[in-house]
Design a protein around this ligand. Structure first.
Ligand SMILES: Nc1ncnc2c1ncn2[C@@H]1O[C@H](COP(=O)(O)OP(=O)(O)OP(=O)(O)O)[C@@H](O)[C@H]1O
Ligand SMILES: [Mg+2]
Length: 333
């Protein structure tokens, strides 16, 4: 990525209001070939509005959308798609009863003699795209039953089939597991190596630092930072997003410490105890204070039990919870 290179897609001093809400104000953002750019901001900062402007879903009130440095007048998403802009949303929008290949080439299936779909060519084209992305997905398998992560890969393959030059991903990782995020990142890097640009939106800041070269920070619809990700650390990024220091985000509140609600003594936290631990487990004991009401203590016990995931400790915890419930004064309806 070269900072001097003409952006594939850009917004120049664009504003967009919804009634009295000024979602985006005099905003400029540019996505260049081979760049993975982050777009970050708090909820309601205007990220998705920018996505809608770049994807031709909506038009700016003032300012312009530029494609390859020239003003573009998108009348709908099809215009943006023809300009090489594709959007991958958090929830894929595929036809579950059709195959991966049919979804990717929907409406553009290769035809054989007699205008029948050429299944062999369809498979080969789409399998080629999936292989290019470096993913193990069968073009002929039905979409129903694929994970959200796999469905997103199908959406990316679909974007490539349209020769997309910029992929805009609006919170693609929100519903993915750690391993799935890693695989998506591998696909993003492959796209980048092939010269495509990515605009990546996420609330998970560690992902921004892991995958993005540059970052645009939004606050209340305005850009507060635009530059290489390496120039910022997490605290500075958050400060630009929210307008104050990270330490002030969750200021320490004065709180009155009450009576003991729960006390756990010598908990046993291994699933396969050594003989010494087994002996210790036999003497595990727990105790709680008599008040405040038991439900809170029980909830706390439940959490501890889940986190430790240990049979003996959980059994102890359950026993305690039952005991507390029994001791609890009858509730008045
Ligand atoms: N169609 C709409 N009608 C009215 N107000 C809207 C509309 N779309 C967005 N807004 C408002 O514009 C502002 C920016 O919204 P936007 O969805 O762009 O934020 P966002 O940064 O994507 O937030 P999030 O992180 O929650 O997805 C918000 O105040 C939102 O309520
Ligand atoms: Mg959004």
């Amino acid at each position: 990525m070269n900072a001097g290179e003409t952006a594939i897609i850009a917004l120049a001093d664009a504003s967009k209001s919804y009634g009295a809400v000024r979602a985006v104000r005099d905003t400029s953002i540019a996505v260049r070939p081979g760049e993975v750019r982050a777009l970050v901001g708090e909820n309601g900062a205007g990220k998705s509005t920018i996505v809608r402007l770049l994807a031709g879903v909506t038009r700016p009130d003032t300012g312009a959308v530029l494609v390859d440095g020239e003003p573009a007048d998108f009348h709908g998403p099809a215009d943006a798609r023809d300009a090489g802009i594709a959007v991958i949303y958090q929830e894929p929008t595929l036809f579950p009863d059709l195959s991966v290949a049919e979804n990717v080439m929907m409406g553009r299936q290769p035809l054989a003699a007699g205008r029948r779909i050429d299944r062999g060519a369809l498979h080969d084209q789409v399998q080629g795209l999936l292989d290019r992305l470096g993913v193990r997905l069968d073009a002929d398998q039905p979409v129903r039953g694929l994970s959200i992560a796999d469905q997103q890969i199908v959406e990316i393959a679909k974007a490539l089939s349209f020769d997309a030059r910029v992929l805009i991903m609006d919170e693609p990782t929100a519903a993915l597991s750690g391993a799935e995020v890693e695989r998506l990142f591998a696909v993003v890097r492959t796209l980048q190596e092939h010269g495509a640009a990515v605009l990546f939106i996420s609330h998970r800041l560690d992902e921004i630092f892991a995958i993005c070269d540059t970052v645009t920070v939004l606050r209340d619809g305005e850009v507060t930072h635009d530059g290489p990700t390496s120039e910022l650390n997490t605290d500075e990024l958050v400060r630009r997003m929210v307008g104050r220091q990270l330490s002030q985000l969750f200021p320490k509140q004065a709180a009155e410490i009450g009576e003991t609600v729960l006390r756990v003594e010598r908990p046993c936290c291994t699933s396969r105890p050594t003989p010494a631990q087994a002996r210790a487990r036999a003497t595990c004991s727990t105790s709680t204070a008599a008040s405040p009401p038991p439900t809170r203590a029980e909830r706390g016990l439940g959490r501890v039990g889940r986190r430790c995931d240990v049979g003996a400790f959980r059994r102890t915890a359950r026993k305690l919870a039952v005991e507390r419930a029994r001791k609890a004064p009858p509730r008045i309806a």
